[in-house]
Ligand binder design. Structure first.
Ligand code: DGY
Length: 320
């Protein structure tokens, strides 16, 4: 008898076709976000699941879904999964590292350029029919070229962001909990500095760390207060890493010049203050969303699921 799996959110048909020979597949192609109770209801008789950051896999769910053996996230981040609880219940958890680094870094750059050059404000102005003459001091922005770029987290995505900075002839500073190996620093032409120094010196601060209890609000009022008045903050990593209320306040008072945000605390709800501000570029968690990359992410999760439930050895196991 085939094992039963649940695909928790809409995926590409090719991914379902790949799973079909291996499993009895139930797929949520209507893409409804399930409540915790609904998810328990569906997973109670399943051996495996493909999940996204909208499904919480926690102790309560695992207690009530004893058949579950594998949870394969369609994301590199996995803060929706309680890894310790999975290990305690003998459930394999996997993610999708490697396939989204370039695409996510590209989008961080899109936010950097759009925020620095005030593209959202300028676009809204033209669209609204307000453009009546050329002005020398119109939408004066921040130069990206030759600026100091501060990268919080020189992991896979942070490294790609750093390498892209060479084209803009920037000074690249980074902070991480651990200093990177010399060969990584030299490939990225990045200099390790203490966190406070990075916030003080950078013209552009871009965040590339995962969300965890340790990183919760690790960028808040004290860090933002160190930034230059002309500097901008970019977050294409995870909501909750930044204290959004503190950021709204800094943007409102002009303590920093702008922010480019793809992720938010409690998304898809966002702090209402962001909507009222013009000096913030907002997007709905789409940094990895290119056609090719989202396909690769879903396919990688499917491959992990097949490997987990056949060999017990999926390539991207998070809790060996
Ligand atoms: C990830 O992979 O963690 C992304 O945030 C999902 O788009």
């Amino acid at each position: 008898m085939k094992k039963k799996v649940f695909v928790a959110r809409e995926v590409f048909q090719e991914v379902l076709d790949f799973l079909a020979p291996h499993f009895e597949v139930q797929a949520n192609q209507e893409d409804k976000v399930l409540t915790a109770e609904e998810l328990v209801g569906v997973l109670a008789d399943k051996d495996g699941a493909m999940t996204t950051l909208t499904e919480r896999i926690d102790e309560n769910l695992l207690n009530r879904c004893p058949r579950l053996k594998a949870v394969c996230n369609i994301a590199v981040g996995y803060n929706n999964i309680d890894l310790a609880a999975c290990s305690a219940h003998g459930v394999m958890a996997t993610n999708t590292p490697g396939v989204l680094d370039d695409t996510t870094a590209d989008f961080a750059w899109a936010l950097i350029l759009a925020t620095a050059r005030r593209l959202n404000e300028a676009e809204a102005y033209v669209r609204a029919g307000q453009w009546d003459k050329w002005k020398l001091k119109q939408f004066l922005g921040l130069d990206v070229h030759h600026a100091a770029l501060g990268i919080i987290g020189l992991g896979r995505i942070g490294q790609v962001v750093a390498r892209r900075a060479m084209g803009f002839e920037m000074e690249v500073l980074y902070y991480d909990v651990r200093q990177a190996a010399p060969e990584i620093e030299s490939a990225c032409r990045a200099t390790y500095v203490p966190k406070e120094e990075l916030f003080r010196k950078a013209d552009i601060v871009t965040i590339h760390i995962p969300y965890s209890r340790e990183t919760h609000h690790s960028i808040g009022a004290p860090e933002i207060a160190l930034m230059k008045k002309s500097a901008i903050l970019i977050n294409a990593a995870r909501g909750g890493v930044v204290d959004d209320a503190a950021l709204v306040e800094a943007l409102r008072t002009g303590a920093i010049a702008g922010a480019g945000l793809d992720v938010f605390e409690g998304e898809p709800a966002i702090h209402p203050g962001f909507r009222e501000l013009r000096n913030v570029v907002l997007s709905p968690h789409i940094a990895s969303s290119s056609e090719k990359t989202r396909f690769k992410m879903a396919m990688k999760a499917a491959e992990n699921l097949v490997a987990a439930l056949s060999s017990g050895n999926p390539p991207n196991l998070l809790n060996p």
